[in-house]
Write a protein that binds this ligand. Structure first.
Ligand code: KG4
Ligand code: ZN
Length: 340
């Protein structure tokens, strides 16, 4: 077969994404986000997300067909995220993919959302011929993965034991009176601040935690430390410097993420790191990672921001890889698995 033409559908959180790729070339990349509907709640509300996917699915599919100049009748396969994610949200994408597969007699591939975040790098830098470590950091997940084979062999080295990295950014932003989503706001505010102004804790990096939680992360203690600091300053009648707190908080998160990610590359003798998820857009994280990677001789691959956040092209990219390798498709009974 020439390079497979694959439609990918993503609906695990608050983005409805439809992508169409031919091999590693993106033909369509359409995303509808319900982020605005979650603003007043300060975080993603599952029921609101599911309803938004229902409303956005058909228009987003049509947008993708128009961008690519092809429709579902012409594709070789349909790939869809079947987990991890919000159950109700995943169900919308999986139901749409099954309906299209059945109606047009196309093979269906259920793919793992995290693997798709890694596979998307192939659209930018070509197919993986080698092992990589991946750091995925978004509002919903924080994982460190060892990828021996993008289709068959991914090991979860570690993850957050409480809040996701993006969630920590969002919660601290809220504490500081900045709007949701807070990550870009903190990134911006921190540029005017002093990252050494407040010495916030670096989760799971001291004492016995170093051994026990070698590749894991924790951000809820940091969030509480920021809250305590703000309250203390207010009690003392001092003005709270949002830029200083933002910069100090951000340094704590990015220091730990980058240290552990590069240490994982070194420990597993893997000279490549792929970044994914919305937090990969953070300037300070990129700075720390690039600096430490250079010192350790590790090559860093960061897909462009529009491919780092949730989208359908990443699902199509992984689907195309599976088709190219002759992997058997999923059954039309494909279940969703919110926690896999
Ligand atoms: O991947 P994404 O778009 O959606 C999922 O959560 O799955 O990631 C969104 C998250 C939010 O928590 C947002 O605050 C965070 O990524 N984010 C950032 C930045 N841009 C987005 N966090 C830190 N710095 C940024 N520049
Ligand atoms: Zn994601």
């Amino acid at each position: 077969m020439s390079e497979p033409l694959v439609l990918g559908i993503e609906s695990s959180c608050d983005e409805t994404g439809v992508g169409i790729v031919r091999g590693t070339t993106v033909l369509a990349h359409a995303v509808a986000s319900s982020v605005d509907e979650h603003v007043r709640f300060g975080g993603v509300v599952p029921e609101v997300a599911s309803r938004a996917h229902l409303e956005a699915m058909v228009p987003t599919l049509e947008q993708a067909y128009a961008q690519a100049g092809v429709d579902v009748s012409e594709v070789d396969a349909i790939a869809v995220t079947c987990g991890p994610g919000l159950t109700g949200a995943l169900l919308v994408g999986v139901a749409a993919a099954k309906a299209l597969a059945l109606a047009h007699d196309k093979p269906l591939y259920g793919v793992n959302h995290l693997a798709a975040h890694v596979a998307v790098d192939q659209l930018e830098h070509g197919r993986f011929g080698e092992r990589v470590v991946a750091l995925l950091v978004s509002g919903g997940h924080t994982e460190l993965l060892l990828v021996d084979d993008i289709a068959t062999d991914i090991t979860l080295l570690g993850s957050t034991i409480d809040d996701a990295a993006g969630e920590a950014f969002d919660k601290v932003a809220r504490l500081l009176g900045l709007p949701y989503p807070g990550g870009p706001q903190i990134d911006r505010a921190a540029r005017e601040g002093d990252p050494t102004a407040v010495d916030f804790p670096r989760g799971l990096t001291t004492g016995r935690d170093v051994e026990r939680y070698r590749w894991d992360f924790s951000f809820s203690g940091l969030k509480s430390a920021v809250a305590r600091h703000v309250q203390h300053e207010q009690r003392m009648g001092r003005e709270v410097s949002v830029p200083d707190i933002a910069a100090s908080f951000q340094d704590s998160v990015c220091d730990v993420l980058s240290k552990k990610a590069i240490a994982a590359c070194v420990a597993h003798d893997v000279p490549r790191l792929v970044l994914g998820g919305g937090v990969a857009a953070n300037q300070r994280l990129r700075h720390f990672i690039l600096e430490r990677a250079e010192a350790a001789g590790v090559e860093v691959r960061i897909p462009p921001p529009s491919l780092c956040t949730d989208n359908g092209a990443m699902v199509a990219a992984l689907g195309a890889e599976l088709v190219a390798r002759g992997v058997a498709p999923s059954s039309l009974d494909l279940p969703v698995d919110s926690g896999m």
